[in-house]
Structure formats: structure tokens, C-alpha cells
Design a protein around this ligand. Structure first.
Ligand code: 2M8
Ligand code: MG
Ligand code: MG
Length: 267
């Protein structure tokens, strides 16, 4: 097995950002030597903290499939990397952050749709809006391939106009638990497929598992062998995800995550 997982609202709680409820299942994966691959809207800087905290030294996918980061020497096979960041070899699928941010600002100005985005927010504002502590908010602002934003006084009109204008500018959008995201020609699914190919070249016989909670996880969930949707706060599964092949597990966020891993891998 190889496990691909979203973080916010899936492996970690939507509000407290705690993964403690999933701890036994994380340990089970470790015991069995099953790679746990983070695949999230979070930045490389944020993910490096999780790598250390969970002692989970595997590849990870940042910012909605913008970058695939592989620890140096992790695979034996020849891989065509784009560049190196610290101790990681990187496959870059995303568009540079400043182009995304500039386009978003132009769209907002040109259309009069007011937005608030991470690039304009102070660290304190990001912390307050997300519930992340100050240090984590700082790391969340260190973006490479994705700008997170909210539409002020969002309604259906503004939302559909925003989608149209992002498309017209040649970019894509997705939605996480709290924010809209403007991205390039990448998504979680593309990154998962590329990394799965690499694992299959190295290990041939693997089954992939994907776990998520929101719309931005759909391309990932459709690119794995076994897909799982956890419950959102309040106890429902994201109603915008209608694919019936995706298993809807009982349990909000990390509780559902643990239930699913135990069911699939446990015993
Ligand atoms: C943003 O991502 C979440 C993911 O669901 C969202 O869209 O609500 C990201 O920008 C990430 O970097 C940050 O850690 C997170 C905090 O909730 O928000
Ligand atoms: Mg999520
Ligand atoms: Mg995420």
C-alpha cells in the first residue's frame, strides 16, 4: 500500500489542527512500513513541520499538486526532477505564486469583486482567520504555487463570475475547507498519478489509498485505487462530491481517518 492524504479537515481536525485522534492509525502504517504521503493545500514550509513531528520521511505534495517533494535518494530509479530545495528533489507542476497573486488582484480590481487573500493578510490576520498559531500562519504565508483567498460577502453571482474570470485568465481554481485557491495547470490528482507511477516503477505491486474531505481532494480521490471521504464538522460528507465509488466513512476528520485506515489495513 501507499497512502495519500489531505491534512486540513482530514488527517488533522478542521479547527484544532490536531491529529491525535488518528495517532494509532498513523502508528499502524509505520509498523507496516506503509508510506504516508501528505497531499494538501499547505505549503512546503508547513509540511516540513509535519514531516518532523510525525517522523514521516516520505515524499509529499504541496499546494494542491503544485510541487512534489522527494527526499534525496528516496527512490533508486532515474527521475527527471526540476530542481532541488534543501534536501528535497522537486517535480514542479504549479505556476509561480507571484503570477497567480497578481492575476487574482487584477481580477478583483477589474470586476469589483472584493477579496481577502493570504498575500495581503498579515501573519496575525492569517492566524486569526484560520486558527493557526502565529508560527504556523507564517509558514502558511510562504507560498510557492497557490494563492488562498476568500470572496467578501460571497454570493452565487460573485462566485460564478470569479470562476469565469479565473478561467479566462488561463488559470484554475479549487476550494478547500475555508478558502478558494487560484492555481495553474495542476491539481492533487495529477501529482498523485505521477508519484504513483514512480512508486510502481520502484515497487511494481502497490495499492493506493486516498483520503480527503473537500472538493479540492476529488482529483486525488479519483486517482487512487481505494478512496475515502471523511465527515466534515457537523457530521456530513461534502455534498458537492457525488462520485459513488468514493467510500464515505463514519467519523469527522482524523476520527474518520483512523476508522478508514483500520478498516482497510488493520487486523
Ligand atoms: C489553506 O488551506 C485550507 C485547506 O483545506 C483551506 O483552503 O481551507 C491553505 O492555504 C494552508 O496553507 C493553510 O494551512 C490552511 C489553514 O487552514 O488554509
Ligand atoms: Mg481538507
Ligand atoms: Mg488541504
Amino acid at each position: 500500500y501507499v497512502v495519500f492524504t489531505d491534512l486540513d479537515g482530514t488527517l488533522v481536525d478542521h479547527d484544532s489542527y490536531s491529529y491525535e485522534a488518528a495517532r494509532p492509525a498513523i502508528d499502524l502504517l509505520k509498523q507496516k512500513g506503509i508510506p504516508l504521503i501528505f497531499c494538501t493545500s499547505k505549503t512546503r514550509a508547513e509540511l516540513e513541520v509535519y514531516v518532523e513531528e510525525l517522523d514521516c520521511h516520505h515524499p509529499f505534495i504541496s499546494e494542491n499538486g503544485g510541487g512534489i517533494f522527494v527526499p534525496e535518494g528516496y527512490f533508486d530509479i532515474d527521475i527527471d526532477f526540476d530542481h532541488k530545495v534543501g534536501n528535497y528533489d522537486v517535480i514542479e507542476l504549479g505556476t509561480g505564486y507571484s503570477a497567480l497573486k497578481d492575476t487574482l488582484m487584477e481580477i478583483s480590481k477589474g470586476s469589483g469583486i472584493e477579496i481577502i487573500n493570504f498575500g495581503k493578510m498579515t501573519t496575525e490576520e492569517v492566524s486569526k482567520d484560520t486558527g493557526l498559531d502565529i508560527r504556523s500562519a507564517e509558514l502558511a504565508k510562504m507560498r510557492d504555487y497557490d494563492e488562498a483567498f476568500r470572496i467578501i460577502d460571497e454570493d452565487e453571482n460573485k462566485a460564478s463570475k470569479m470562476k469565469e474570470l479565473i478561467g479566462a485568465a488561463g488559470y484554475n481554481y479549487t476550494r478547500g475547507g475555508r478558502y478558494w485557491h487560484i492555481i495553474g495547470n495542476n491539481d492533487k490528482g495529477k501529482a498523485v498519478r505521477i508519484l504513483t507511477d514512480i512508486y510502481r516503477q520502484q515497487f511494481t505491486d502497490i495499492t493506493t489509498i486516498g483520503l480527503g474531505d473537500s472538493q479540492n481532494d476529488l482529483p486525488m480521490l479519483e486517482s487512487v485505487d481505494i478512496s475515502v471521504l471523511v465527515q466534515k464538522p457537523g457530521g456530513s460528507h461534502d455534498p458537492s462530491i457525488t462520485d459513488t465509488k468514493i467510500k464515505r466513512v463514519e467519523g469527522i476528520g482524523p476520527i474518520g481517518w483512523g476508522n478508514a485506515i483500520n478498516e482497510i489495513i488493520g487486523r
